[in-house]
Write a protein that binds this ligand. Structure first.
Ligand code: ADE
Length: 235
């Protein structure tokens, strides 16, 4: 079934077994050009750029996921089920909902609560708990420790709605100990689990719903070096 409707690659092996997925395709381009040796672009369908290169001699790909669970759901499904991808490392941004989670902190989503009904497709007789891959988590924590990069690990919320009609609804998730809000991890974790593959979500805090601080778009594009270094070592 390749090429797929959203990835114009007709051969196996063009996409690496490990794919880094930022939300923004231009960030994928930036990461490929900044960190990978000999990056070659493999996708431009809908401008969802994907590249394969090497990092310290190891083949790795980087591709945009787009925003939201329908979008990352499509791209990660095709990568995992049609291109033999085994590991997806989402790198993204999130909004803090705890007082002690500050902008530019790095968060790793151990689990992803969600407002999406993505799990309904599996017809489970209960509530599924989308969870990061333990091997990737264990390795990410070792890398962070070795590099002396502080990380906060916990439950994140993958929300379907950015501009919520009830603007303070996040406080109810905060009461349950959820660290931050983003919009993709739960679908990624479910697709990876269903495919028998690995996924993890590493985030930098771009804004705080508690303090109302935010980083600029320019900082989001270029200043997340620590997060990218963990992700690249993990690959
Ligand atoms: N990504 C970055 N900040 C966010 C927020 N406040 N809500 C949802 N996703 C986000």
């Amino acid at each position: 079934m390749i090429p797929t409707p959203h990835i114009n690659v007709s051969e196996q092996g063009v996409i690496a077994e490990t794919v880094l997925m930022p939300g923004d395709p231009l960030r994928a381009k930036f990461i490929a050009e900044t960190y990978l040796e000999n990056p070659v672009q493999f996708n431009s369908v809908r401008n969802m750029f994907g590249f394969t290169g090497t990092y310290k001699g190891k083949k790795v790909s980087v591709m945009g996921s787009g925003m939201g669970m329908p979008s990352i759901g499509i791209y990660s499904y095709e990568l995992l089920n049609f291109y033999g991808v085994k590991n997806i490392i989402r790198i993204g941004s999130c909004g803090a909902i705890q007082e002690d989670v500050k902008i530019r902190d790095i968060i790793i989503g151990m689990s992803a609560s969600t407002t999406s009904n993505y799990a309904s497709q599996y017809n489970l007789p209960g509530t599924y708990a989308p969870t990061a891959s333990w091997p990737l988590m264990k390795k990410a924590l070792t890398i962070a420790e070795n590099k002396a990069i502080p990380v906060k690990v916990g439950n994140i919320l993958s929300a379907d709605i950015f501009y919520d009609d009830e603007p303070e609804v996040w406080k109810r998730w905060a009461r349950m100990g959820v660290l931050a809000i983003e919009m993709e991890a739960a679908a990624l974790y479910m697709n990876a689990a269903r495919a028998g593959a690995n996924a993890i979500c590493i985030l930098t805090v771009s804004d705080s719903l508690v303090s109302h601080e935010a980083t600029s778009a320019e900082e989001r594009q270029t200043s997340f070096t620590n997060m990218m270094e963990i992700a690249l070592e993990l690959a």
